[in-house]
Every structure is written in C-alpha cells, then in structure tokens.
Design a protein around this ligand. Structure first.
Ligand SMILES: C[S@@+](CC[C@H](N)C(=O)[O-])C[C@H]1O[C@@H](n2cnc3c(N)ncnc32)[C@H](O)[C@@H]1O
Length: 301
C-alpha cells in the first residue's frame, strides 16, 4: 500500500472509531438520562407513598386514640376505682373477653355499695361472681349471691377462686345444665338453665343478666324476664351486660312489651350496659294473670 493511501485509510478508520465511540457515549448518556428520569420518578412516587402512609398513620393514630379514650381508658379508670373500693388488697380475676368488663363491674359495684342488696342473682358466673363476693366481704354487707351457671369448667374455676379467697359463704353456685324452653307466642327454641322452682329464692334485689352464652340461640337471655322477673323484690335493680349487641337490644324491647312499667337506663360501658328497674315497684300487678307463676312470652315481636 502507498503511504498516502495508508494515511487515508488510517484516518478513515480512526474517524469511524470516533463516530462509533461518539455514538456509544451518546447511547450511554441517553441510558443514564433515562435511568435518572426513572429514579426521579420513583423518588417522587416514594415521597407520595410516604406522605400517604404518614396521613394513614395519623388517621389510624387518631382512631386508636379515640378507641383508647372510649374503651381502654374507662376500663383503667373503672379498675382503679374497683381496687380502691376493695381496699387494694385483692387481686381481681381477669376481666373482658368472656368475662365482664371493668366498666360494667363498676356500675354493679356502685349499685351494691349504694343499695346493699340482700339477694343477688346472676345468670352467667365468672369474674363478676368473684368480684361481687369480694365487695360483699369488703363492704361488710350481708348479701348473698346465687350464681347460675351451666359451663362446668367455669363452675370449677369460680369455686376454686372463691375457696382461695375464703369467699365461699357469700355465694351459692346454682349448677344447672341448659334445657330447651319455649314460651307461648314465640317460635324461638330457647336454651335456659334447668332450675328447680326453689333454686333461686324470691325477693331478688339485684339481678345480673350475663348468661347463658349468646350463641345458645337468638335472644339467648330473654328467658331471664319470664323466669326471674316474677322473683324480683320491689326495689330490685337489674343489670344487663352486652347491650351493645342488637340481640340484647331486641331482648330489652321484648321485655318492655311484657313489662311496660320497666324503666331502662343505658349506662356507658364498652360492651353496653343497661340498668332496669320497676317504675311502680309492683311487677306482680301488671304481669298478666296467666303469666304470673309460669313462663311468659311477649305479646308479639
Ligand atoms: C359472658 S359469659 C359470663 C361471664 C361472667 N359474668 C364473668 O364475669 O366472667 C357467659 C357464659 O359463657 C360461658 N363461658 C365462659 N367462659 C367460657 C369458655 N372459656 N368457653 C366456653 N364457654 C364459656 C359460661 O357459661 C358463662 O356463663
């Protein structure tokens, strides 16, 4: 090859290489720009996500705060008040879940302190039984609790706790299996405690309705009305747990139809609490004659 043509070929070769290098650099720059754009977009998206998550956390925080104020805090206050009333010497059994909540217990405790009931009947035993026995003991009252219960492990647990705290003299556990019951005019097949006629004495001053378990059937605790109201004393107070549930509210409406003179006061409690009392204190006068000594039904639902 001639030196001139060699130089020309070299020049062409180098120029081509330069072009290739330039294109390569341009492609790399393009790719980098694209990646940068993508990264910026992702950063913006991440920032939006963080803003949204922060807003969600704030919202959830507020919700939790409201829940805490409405539910947890009243439990803390009620428990503190209960411990104070019980002299702080007693360790209370667990509350909530299956058991009553402290706010419900506090309403009952206030009633016991104020009215010193002699005969207390409870449908559905557990923590409430033990706390009421502690109260009778600490307040020096001579009341007695008839705790109606069908669930054998609960009966054993309550007995053990009463024994441990030397409170057995305050409680008669009425162990009674659930049996089928039907009331005239109502289709529902109820499951109610198999109580003999004298299992619970007459003259009940305080009735706590927290059993049987709500899954037994709809309006599971409705029979407490026809079965136990005729045993109430004139100044009786009735506390119904779980009135935050539609079933219990319906039950209250049915009872109201049966006993129009029943006063109902809704009290603040996380699961709902209703205090019932007899407005004219003469329940036997307005119970229909045929219902007075037998199971009864509401006029219609
Ligand atoms: C709401 S609980 C009664 C709670 C009771 N008043 C108290 O303060 O602990 C209603 C009924 O649920 C039943 N029960 C309680 N604990 C149970 C458990 N761990 N498993 C199944 N049934 C249970 C018992 O028959 C109890 O009477």
């Amino acid at each position: 090859m001639m030196p001139d043509s060699f130089a020309a070929a070299l020049w062409i070769g180098l120029s081509a290489l330069n072009v290739v290098l330039l294109v390569a650099v341009l492609v790399i720059l393009l790719l980098i720009t694209r990646q940068l754009k993508r990264a910026r977009l992702m950063r913006r998206k991440m920032r939006d996500h963080v803003v949204r998550i922060r807003a969600d956390i704030q919202k959830y925080d507020k919700k939790l705060g409201r829940r805490f104020d409405r539910s947890i805090w009243p439990q803390v206050e009620s428990l503190t008040s209960l411990y104070r009333l019980l002299d702080g010497k007693i360790d209370l059994p667990p509350t909530r879940r299956w058991a009553v909540s402290p706010d419900f217990l506090w309403h009952v405790a206030e009633s016991i302190r104020r009215h010193a009931p002699k005969t207390i009947v409870e449908c559905g035993s557990g923590t409430s039984t033990v706390v009421m026995a502690h109260l009778l003991n600490t307040l020096g009252q001579d009341g007695h609790i008839y705790a109606i219960e069908n669930h054998v492990p609960t009966i054993d647990a309550v007995r053990a706790q009463l024994r441990r705290h030397d409170l057995e003299r305050f409680v008669t556990i009425v162990a009674a299996p659930l049996v089928e019951r039907q009331y005239p005019g109502v289709e529902t097949l109820f499951h109610w405690y198999d109580l003999g006629s004298d299992a619970v004495p007459a003259g009940v001053d305080l009735l706590i309705v927290d059993g049987p378990v709500s899954t037994a059937n709809e309006l599971a605790r409705y029979p407490a009305g026809p079965e136990l109201f005729p045993k109430l004393s004139r100044d009786a107070h009735i506390f119904v747990d779980d009135t935050g549930r539609e079933d219990e509210l319906r039950m209250l409406r049915w009872w109201r139809k049966l006993y129009p003179d029943l006063g109902i006061r809704h009290l603040a409690a996380e699961k709902g609490c209703a205090e019932l009392f007899l407005l004219d204190r003469k329940i036997e006068d307005y119970l229909p004659r045929e219902w007075r000594h037998s199971a009864s039904a509401p006029p219609s639902s």
